[in-house]
Design a protein around this ligand. Structure first.
Ligand SMILES: Nc1ncnc2c1ncn2[C@@H]1O[C@H](COP(=O)(O)OP(=O)(O)O)[C@@H](O)[C@H]1O
Ligand SMILES: [Mg+2]
Length: 246
């Protein structure tokens, strides 16, 4: 936290200013985001909800530097991303942002260990250190390092998602973005994923999770509602309706 003028100010880790995204294919234009402004502060745990097609994934991909807006500005830790070259953007993405997807996106021909190591390779970290970091990440995300030599398709969906979370956190990025991470999981596995996110948030991670599931959204601190490419409101979660409390 920054102390300024005698007030503790929370650091803005992600700032979006008037983000517009229009997908163009041939002569067809699909407006996906119609002017989104939003600030995410260090240590927040946020949910984004909204109907299918409302622009949630597009918004998260722009926040995570996987996609570029048609217009508007994205700041990560105060740096305006459009001013950076692709190498600098890749570096920020690698060091500052971890991603978790609904479909896990693990590589089945690699072992669990090799999957988790992936974000460390561009950093030039030597193999023994990578193995140690990957093991620690899997212990944090799953409590069980025995999966390391397995292939992802030998694991259940819930286990694969925990491997994907280990991959997302192995490089200790301050920001974790998750796109419907429990969308393919049963209740028990969803609980474990949410619990892991809460624990990561307690140790300082800033977390944004897209979800259709109110029982997941109600575990966060703030719910943004997206509709037809616009942020239409902010809802206070009801912790008694969090999946961990029912
Ligand atoms: N790559 C793409 N090309 C064209 N249109 C897209 C593309 N990705 C998403 N869209 C459209 O943009 C809108 C928002 O999509 P998306 O961000 O995936 O919404 P959500 O995640 O809320 O379901 C939808 O109308 C969708 O069809
Ligand atoms: Mg989506």
């Amino acid at each position: 936290m920054l102390r300024r003028h005698g007030v503790y100010m929370r650091r803005e880790v992600v700032v979006l200013e008037d983000i517009v995204k229009i997908y163009r294919s041939g002569s067809v234009e699909t407006p996906a985001l119609r002017g989104i402004s939003l600030k995410i502060y260090e240590g927040e745990f946020i949910a984004i909800m909204g109907p299918s097609g409302s622009g949630k994934t597009t918004l998260l991909n722009i926040m995570g530097l996987l996609d570029k807006p048609t217009s508007g500005r994205v700041y990560i830790d105060g740096i305006e991303v459009s001013k950076l070259n692709s190498g600098e953007i890749a570096r920020i993405r690698n060091y500052k942002i971890g991603f978790v997807f609904q479909s896990f996106n693990l590589i089945n021909r690699l072992t669990v260990l090799e999957n988790i190591e992936i974000p460390l390779i561009p950093r030039g970290i030597p193999r023994p250190k990578r193995i140690q970091m990957a093991t620690n990440a899997l212990i944090r995300a799953a409590g069980d390092p025995s999966w390391l030599p397995k292939k992802p398709n030998q694991l259940s969906g819930g286990q694969q998602q925990r491997v994907a979370i280990a991959r997302a956190i192995v490089g200790e990025p301050p920001i974790l973005l998750a796109d419907e991470p429990t969308g393919n999981l049963d209740m028990a596995s969803s609980r474990i994923v949410v619990k892991t996110f809460q624990e990561l948030n307690k140790t300082g991670s800033t977390i944004v999770v897209i979800t259709h599931n109110p029982e997941v959204a109600n575990c966060t601190e703030k719910i943004y509602v997206l509709r037809d490419g616009r942020l239409i409101g902010e809802v206070s979660p009801d912790p008694s309706k969090c999946i961990l409390n029912m």
